[in-house]
Design a protein around this ligand. Structure first.
Ligand code: F6P
Length: 354
């Protein structure tokens, strides 16, 4: 078995509250095992440029409660080129980095598997506010982002109530409606629009018109960014025109990605960090740490990414060829579960939004 003397930790892609707690857990777990840790700054860009510093236990003090990522982040295009990869591998060889914990989303995992294939064992930790990694029930930052959304929507509701208005609120999530569905329920929204399920503007307008006729003053409509950036502003205009209710549009955007992580994210991120570091040190690589029904498990990154592509309808020709029937069936079952869970949320939202 490979002996690890030094590992690296990086954060990459869109930042997520709780990334600091995860990195801190990786650093301290490895140090406690006598393994040195390098912080790789700006994700894979730092690996290419050598923007790397050795971290001691105190270097990760006072960050468990902080949003953002002290390691900074980047979406690095150069890393996808053979030249970029060669520079990254050379940096690892020069500094004696024997393995890397990569914290981020699906793009981060694609980088991690490429690096593993070039001889540097990597483990992925899922961190993205979107919760759009099919292989895991939960991602770091999701809980905090949802709590931020409901705090902001509660404020919008106050002013909507005073002025008898409607507010259409667009929330992040990329192609995933998880943030929108959960926050629509939790903020008492009148309607929710997500890319996973069909939506009908006319029925939303009718519902708001009827609500106003019955004396309802404020209306909140949550729209997931996955339905397109034009949709929310257009819906706000349509609601106003067809229901007579004055309607504002608000795009919460990146504000939802910042802020101190919730307790749930701090604990979850710490668990993942410890688990990932221990898995790497016992010789696992090319895996992503996932939460399944409360348990942490590791899953092959290629399997996880392919399942993700299957879910998002972005499979490339021949991509399934390296998987057997049982594995493909497991992917399909997982996808059905995910849709089923989202549908349950959607049904709950629809039953209580009158
Ligand atoms: O993946 C996280 C996320 O915040 C998405 O919700 C959003 O679509 C995207 O990243 C925004 O990316 P950027 O930081 O490049 O603007």
């Amino acid at each position: 078995m490979k002996e690890f003397r030094t590992i690296g930790v990086l954060t990459s892609g869109g930042d997520a509250p709780g990334m600091n707690a995860a990195a801190r857990a990786v650093v301290r777990t490895a140090l406690a095992r006598g393994v040195e840790v390098y912080g790789i700054y700006r994700g894979y860009s730092g690996l290419i440029d050598g923007d790397i510093r050795k971290l001691g236990p105190r270097d990760v003090s006072n960050i468990v409660n902080k949003g953002g990522t002290f390691l900074y982040s980047d979406r690095c295009l150069e890393f996808k080129t053979p030249e970029g990869m060669a520079k990254a591998v050379a940096t690892c060889k020069r500094l004696g980095i024997d393995g890397i914990v990569a914290i981020g989303g699906d793009g981060t995992f694609r980088g991690a598997t490429d690096l593993t294939n070039h001889g540097i064992p990597c483990i992925g930790i899922p961190a993205t506010i979107d919760n759009d990694i099919t292989s895991t029930d939960n991602t770091i930052g999701f809980d905090t982002a949802m709590n931020t959304v409901i705090e902001l929507v509660d404020k919008l509701r106050d002013t909507c109530e005073s002025h008898a208005r409607c507010n259409v609120v667009e929330v992040m999530g990329r192609g995933a409606g998880d943030i929108a569905l959960n926050t629509a329920i939790a903020s008492g929204a009148t309607a929710v629009v997500v890319p996973e399920f069909p939506y009908d503007d006319n029925s939303i307008c009718k519902r708001i018109k009827k609500g106003r006729e019955m004396g309802k003053r404020n209306f909140i409509v949550i729209v997931s960014e996955g339905v397109g950036s034009e949709y929310g502003p257009a819906l706000a205009k349509k609601i106003e025109a067809e229901s007579g209710v004055e309607t504002k549009f608000a795009r919460l955007a990146h504000i939802v990605r910042g802020g101190n992580p919730t307790l749930v994210d701090r604990v979850f991120a710490s668990r993942l960090g410890v688990f990932a570091a221990e898995a790497l040190l016992r010789g696992e690589s090319n895996v992503v740490v996932c939460e399944r029904a409360g348990e942490l498990v590791t899953l092959d990154i290629n399997f996880a990414l392919t399942m993700d592509n299957m879910y998002k309808n972005t499979l490339k020709p021949g991509q399934l060829d390296k998987f057997n029937e049982e594995e493909i069936a497991a992917m399909k079952a997982r996808i059905d579960d995910r849709i089923h869970n989202l549908m349950q949320l959607y049904t709950v939202e629809n039953k209580i939004n009158i």
